[in-house]
Design a protein around this ligand. Sequence first.
Ligand code: 6PG
Length: 505
Amino acid sequence: QLCDIGFIGLGVMGKNLTLNLADNGYRIACFDLDQSKVDAILAQDRQEAGSEEVRIHGCRSYTELLAKLKKPHLVILSVPAGEPVDHVCNHLIDAGIGADDIVVDTGNSLWTDSVAREAHYKGKFIFFSTAVSGGEVGARFGPSLMPSGDPYAWTRIKPVWEAIAAKVDADSGKPIESHVPGKPVREGEPCATYIGPVGAGHYVKMVHNGIEYADMQLICEAYHIMRAGLGMQPAEIAETFRQWNQGVLNSYLIEISAEVLDKLDEETGQPLVDLILDRAGQKGTGLWTAVSALQVGSPAQTITQAVFARSISSLKAERLVAADALSGPEAPVLSGQEKDQAVQNLHDALYCSKICAYAQGFQLMAMASKEQGWKLDFAQIAKIWRAGCIIRAVFLQSITQAYEQNDSLANLLLDPFFASQIKSFQGNWRKAVADATLMGIPCAAMSSALNYYDSYRCAVLPANLLQGQRDYFGAHTFERTDKSPGRKFHIEWSQPGQPQVAIKK
Ligand code: 6PG
């Protein structure tokens, strides 16, 4: 019996996606350059499915993989982004893949690479892309999927992705979860929706990761202020996060942060977090989001600050020198009541900052969508982020509703619900940022979110002076508020050697 799907790349994500596909009734032919990974998944499949049923078939070459598949072939790749994707595509061409066959890239590829690949492989096979979020557990039991590319290919892939995706209860917007091998969730709304032409899905996933960076950094700043400013122990902060997880901040990232803070080191018995080196890594998607925001001209300072926060964290040796050389304020000693209030302020600051980070991400997608002609559907995007992905949160249900009520919403901050939320909580947000600043504890993402909010709601920014400066030294021209829009002016600001004299009326 021929297989339904070919799967190439059996790293953590690939292996788990393959098992998820098998749980959903697909017969898979799989291949990895590392044969031990093929052997490992076959062993795991035997264990999980029982010895009778063979759901996954191992292959030793690309040619064998194609020979084991039904026609037209559907081949899914889970290989590292970049050159490895083309390496596999070229091997598939050599192995005889045909023009009607579909190859789906599920890695964290740069969206422009996906656009180039669709054009490059045209006529050889149909290149389709699907960005995947959810880490290993998501891949195994239900990821959030962001497919994009050829609409015909989508009709073939749709049932597959809808089967393996995370599911959400349509009424409450809450995830329906099962982590039992062989027992996938079949009811509920799948977290998989067609995003648009090729590239759009990976762009949306890239912005998801930018938001993920901001979300993580904001939580880390709240932790830092509690730890270094309020003198709280990791277990106490974990408990605070667990309480926060009961309300508007309920999210996967808050939940796992509490678990990380609670973990004790087996060797020393100390909180493990205190022993983890404070130098953050990054694979690139947050940076790509920041670069894209700069290129498109969409203000996304909280996301960008989150990337810079990782950069400054990596300067560990320099920071150690600077910690001795440079001065700052002493952290004040707070009464119990003051501390409780400071924790409440942080809660509200985190919530308001989070709204701003998402507003920035959605604004960036809107600008890119316009530029690329993608016609992104933001209610659908928010919907498929409600479960399965790393930024899953109850909050995404409110974003879904905001875009369902107004699909041309210019900015999430203008949605009546979010506007009223910030109106209620901004006092404490401002206090949290001010207190951190006075204590000398960095809160770059939180304060940049506040600055984003204050800039966005500012009717007159000092860009008038900036335009004057530009015209002064570079004759760059300026528009006037009292003349028709678009009309450009330039004046001689000063005679050489003479100061400008204010004209009195
Ligand atoms: C996801 C994650 C996943 C991964 C990224 C970010 O949505 O499942 O975003 O794609 O965690 O690679 O990794 P870095 O923090 O290393 O950039």
